[in-house]
Design a protein around this ligand. Structure first.
Ligand code: ATP
Length: 170
């Protein structure tokens, strides 16, 4: 399907806006304006983004923030000298869902994509869960040809999905 990221986000955001508002979380969205329409699988992309927002709403304490950012990385024009590597010349779409007020320790970062793993103490709203969400996000990101990374510091958790994208003319 042909995807325009702004329109796509406008469709999935309203329910998360309401949810964040109810929990007094500050939601902000920044989408770079040079992202072209691209071809992808709407269903998988939507599951990935929705699941990350779902978690952000679930684990962010009140008065903290949830930020979505998307930007484009242009392919480098030159191969490294003497390189026999084949490099992808597709632009990459980076999408980050970051939430503040919480830290995931290093040892736990290694496990959160495992099926059924949940961090025992990290559920401020006591909602429970299956521990399957992130395992699915990882599978779907790979199915879309990309990957997912997570990073955390003392006051934030950030999930980043990187997808090589195909535009209609190339
Ligand atoms: P479900 O998939 O049923 O919602 P879940 O949220 O527990 O359950 P995952 O989405 O796989 O399962 O997440 C695994 C664990 O990673 C969570 O239990 C939580 O401890 C931690 N986690 C995930 N996302 C965040 C986040 N944005 N901030 C802090 N912790 C998170």
């Amino acid at each position: 399907d042909r995807i325009n990221l702004v329109e796509f986000m406008e469709k999935i955001l309203p329910s998360f806006r309401d949810r964040a508002h109810t929990r007094q979380q500050h939601l902000s969205i920044a989408i770079a304006d040079d992202i072209p329409d691209f071809l992808s699988e709407t269903f998988s992309l939507e599951r990935v983004i929705a699941e990350l927002f779902n978690n952000a709403c679930k684990y962010t304490p009140p008065d903290e923030s949830i930020q979505f950012k998307a930007w484009l990385e242009q392919p480098s024009e030159f191969l490294p000298p003497n390189s026999d590597r084949v490099v992808s010349n597709r632009p990459k779409l980076w999408m980050e869902v970051k939430n503040t007020g919480i830290e995931i320790s290093k040892s736990e970062l290694e496990r959160i994509f495992d099926k059924f793993y949940r961090i025992p103490s990290a559920d401020p709203w006591k909602q429970g869960g299956t521990g399957l969400g992130l395992a699915l996000v990882k599978k779907l990101s790979e199915r879309l040809g990309g990957k997912i990374q997570v990073n955390s510091g003392s006051t934030f958790v950030a999930f980043t999905v990187v997808l090589p994208i195909q535009t209609e003319n190339g």
